[in-house]
Design a protein around this ligand. Structure first.
Ligand code: NCD
Length: 308
């Protein structure tokens, strides 16, 4: 594989490289099924988890992935760090650079900040989500989850539904799914669409009912209230009417279709509590927990790529 220093966006990787990541993920997933879920692949390597924004699944997922590969992972707690004492972020970067480490995983609320950060550190940097911009490891775990369910990705019909405007997951997913030849349709109210949407070269609908019985993959997005500078939608009731997945709509999904969501889910907004509560009985169809499990194997593959 042609080697990149950082993993900032999957745009930089070819279709062949993405396919190779999927195949490698498969072998890391196999390790996770063993009794002893640990291999020495990254023994002696030090990884720093640097999260400037809240996270549960992504942060823990990277931590488990690093530990399964025998790396030492240090969680840098930004809320109790010297940033709170007035240290600038650039000086924090210098401080971290001065300590021996081999790779930095970073999440930040400013779109594009991580690209700047990566230019200023000598070690590989993995983007764990920057503002409304990119979330490459989420996109790869989403692709892997789809790949595990459908042998052929080409022309697979995928509908991405909800707050496209504020979602880095949507941006990274749309680009990756298009690259892999999938048939992507975005479903959102006009106020939750980015102005540069035409550059995504993707079909568009306003109402979930236009895609519900046709999509192979239904990908629901979280309403990103914390990133919405103003009220983008009249009411939750209105949102439920046109965009949410309730039991009646769930029952209209195609027989082999799957349901995905990057988490965390706002119950009753993008997906009803009723649908959320039947995942254990409907594992063939609802893949929200499968995405989380797959995330560990995908991140093992990416950390291994970046450090080997
Ligand atoms: C996503 C994120 O933080 O961008 N979550 C995640 O990484 N699992 C999506 C979201 O917060 O809506």
């Amino acid at each position: 594989m042609d080697k990149k220093k950082d993993i900032l966006s999957l745009d930089e990787f070819s279709v062949e490289q993405i396919n190779e990541f999927l195949i490698q993920t498969e072998s890391f997933a196999e390790i996770l099924k063993r009794d002893i879920k640990k291999v020495p692949a990254l023994r002696g390597k030090t990884i720093i988890n640097l999260f400037f924004e809240p996270s549960t699944r992504t942060k823990v997922s990277f931590e488990i992935a690093a530990k399964r590969l025998s790396a030492d992972l240090i969680n840098f707690n930004t809320s109790s760090s010297s940033l709170r004492k007035g240290e600038s972020e650039i000086d924090t970067i210098k401080t971290i650079n001065s300590m021996e480490n081999d790779l930095i995983i970073i999440r930040h609320s400013d779109s594009g900040y991580i690209n700047y950060f990566a230019k200023n550190v000598p070690v590989p940097v993995v983007n764990a989500g920057d503002g409304k911009h990119e979330h490459p490891t989420q996109a790869l775990l989403d692709l892997y989850t789809i790949y595990k369910n459908f042998t052929n990705l080409k022309d697979l019909k995928i509908a991405i539904i909800g707050d496209i405007l504020n979602s880095r997951v949507a941006r990274s997913d749309i680009k990756l799914f298009n690259k892999m030849g999938m048939d992507v349709k975005v479903v959102a109210p006009s106020m939750l669409m980015p102005e540069d949407f035409s550059s995504f070269k993707t079909k568009f609908a306003n109402n979930i009912d236009e895609v519900i019985s046709d999509a192979d993959v239904l990908y629901m997005l979280r309403m990103q209230f914390e990133r919405q500078e103003r009220k983008f939608y009249p009411s939750i009731k209105e949102y439920n009417k046109f965009l949410s997945l309730d039991m009646a709509r769930f029952n209209l999904m195609k027989k082999d279709a799957i349901l995905m969501h990057p988490g965390p889910v706002n119950r009753g907004i993008e997906i009803s509590g009723e649908v959320m509560d039947i995942e254990t009985l409907n594992k063939d169809k609802i893949k929200i927990n499968a995405q989380i499990s797959n995330g560990v194997a995908v991140r093992m593959a990416l950390l291994y790529y970046a450090l080997s």
